[in-house]
Design a protein around this ligand. Structure first.
Ligand SMILES: Cc1ncc(COP(=O)(O)O)c(C=O)c1O
Length: 390
């Protein structure tokens, strides 16, 4: 067994994120009858609050699953094997969603990027215009690509689809953007939005969320492809009264209810501004260190995570390991084709300004310990910014 390490572990992965004490305490409750009136009331309350975060007046389904489950639910409810699907391959999570779609027999038309920006809306427009027979049934994009820290502009994707007068469904992975930045399922005309509990929502892993439009529900009703656990129909029927076609993960609902209260008490515009401020501070630190940001497009910077490249010939994993060992802080690793080339600082969820200052100090000390060429002063640059914007 390892010796005791004094002080709090710094969990700075871009999900799971730190669990606030209030959320932990809320979970510490006995189970209740999930078919009784008390749980029904709790579920309806939680879903009402969730709607505000998703920006929808419609259904938000909750399944005991990670985000990957919601990816699968989106596909199996609305699409039929053989359907053409346009997917923007903006990073590793987009790639994994694509792999899942292919396993279900969908004909994926992937639009690759260099993983340093969001999806190319002009390319999406061109592909939709070229599809005169409307054989493309869905356009799938990841809002915040957690592997690259690049955002895709969802309103711009919707505008491209409208301009092309194309009826495909718009499906969005908001797993690492929800509760970190403004999200508008209804106003942006999104048909399916998928999310998870363990990132901006400050809840342990284990709940997946799916917001769905009337058009997505109609597609699922018309879809005869066999499915069971993920079938939206029994969910929609039983959830009108706050009940579920399975045993809900009720202690996570207690947690979610507390977390949603915290977000709404802080005020969503303040929550989003805080994330933007922390992201800017982190980027200033990276620039002062002389390190390159993985995201090359300033209009696409993610609010909840920053992926930073290490110089060629150096190991981002070596740096992360040194930081974990010496300073008790966990950072996100580089995924897929940028494995070992980037490290990711998660700054989403429950994070105070002094915690962020500590995070950046830890990275700066780690750069020194791991022998990564850099200039001193990144943490100071972040502090200068944060002090001026406190
Ligand atoms: C953008 C994005 N999509 C999907 C996933 C997969 O979600 P999960 O790990 O909850 O299944 C993640 C996980 O980090 C993610 O960041």
């Amino acid at each position: 067994m390892n010796a005791y390490v004094a002080g709090r572990h710094f969990l700075q992965t871009p999900g799971p994120t730190n669990l606030p004490d209030r959320v932990l305490r809320a979970m510490d409750n006995n189970a209740i009858n999930h078919r009784g009136p008390e749980f029904g009331r709790l579920a309806l309350t939680v879903i009402g609050k969730l709607r505000k975060i998703f920006g929808t007046a419609g259904i938000v389904a909750i399944y005991p699953a990670s985000g990957t489950g919601a990816w699968e639910a989106a596909m199996v409810n609305t699409l039929v094997p053989g359907d053409r699907v346009l997917m923007a391959r903006t990073g590793q999570f987009a790639q994994l969603w694509e792999d899942l779609a292919k396993r279900f027999g969908l004909a994926v038309e992937a639009h690759d990027t260099d993983w340093r920006r969001g999806a190319d809306t002009n390319e999406i427009y061109g592909a939709l215009v070229a599809d005169k027979a409307h054989t493309i049934k869905a356009v799938c994009v990841v809002h915040s690509e957690t592997s690259t820290s690049c955002m895709t502009d969802i309103a711009a994707v919707r505008a491209a689809m409208d301009r092309a007068k194309h009826p495909a469904l718009l499906m969005v992975d908001a797993i690492s953007s929800l509760a970190c930045t403004d999200y508008r399922h209804d106003a942006w005309g999104v048909d399916v939005t998928v999310a998870g509990s363990q990132k901006g929502l400050m809840v342990p892993p284990g709940l997946s969320f799916t917001a769905m439009s009337a058009k997505a529900i109609a597609a699922s009703e018309a879809n005869k492809t066999p499915r069971s656990y993920w079938d939206w129909a029994p969910y929609i029927a039983s959830n009108k009264t706050g009940f579920f076609p399975y045993t809900p993960a009720m202690n996570l609902y207690y947690a979610l209810n507390a977390a949603l209260d915290m977000l709404l008490e802080e005020g969503l515009p303040n929550v989003y501004a805080r994330h933007d401020r922390y992201a800017e501070a982190t980027r200033r630190a990276a620039r002062a260190w002389g390190l390159e940001l993985q995201c090359e497009d300033p209009s696409a910077y993610a609010p909840g995570v920053t992926a930073i490249r290490v110089p060629d010939g150096h190991s981002a994993d070596g740096l992360r390991n040194a930081i974990l060992e010496k300073f008790n802080m966990a950072l996100g690793n580089g995924l897929g084709r940028i494995n070992d080339k980037v490290f990711r600082i998660g700054h989403m969820g429950d994070l105070g300004v002094l915690q962020l200052a500590g995070v950046l100090a830890g990275v700066e000390m780690g750069l020194r310990v791991a022998g990564i060429p850099h200039k001193a002063g990144g943490a100071q640059a972040a502090m200068d910014f944060l002090a001026g914007n406190a």
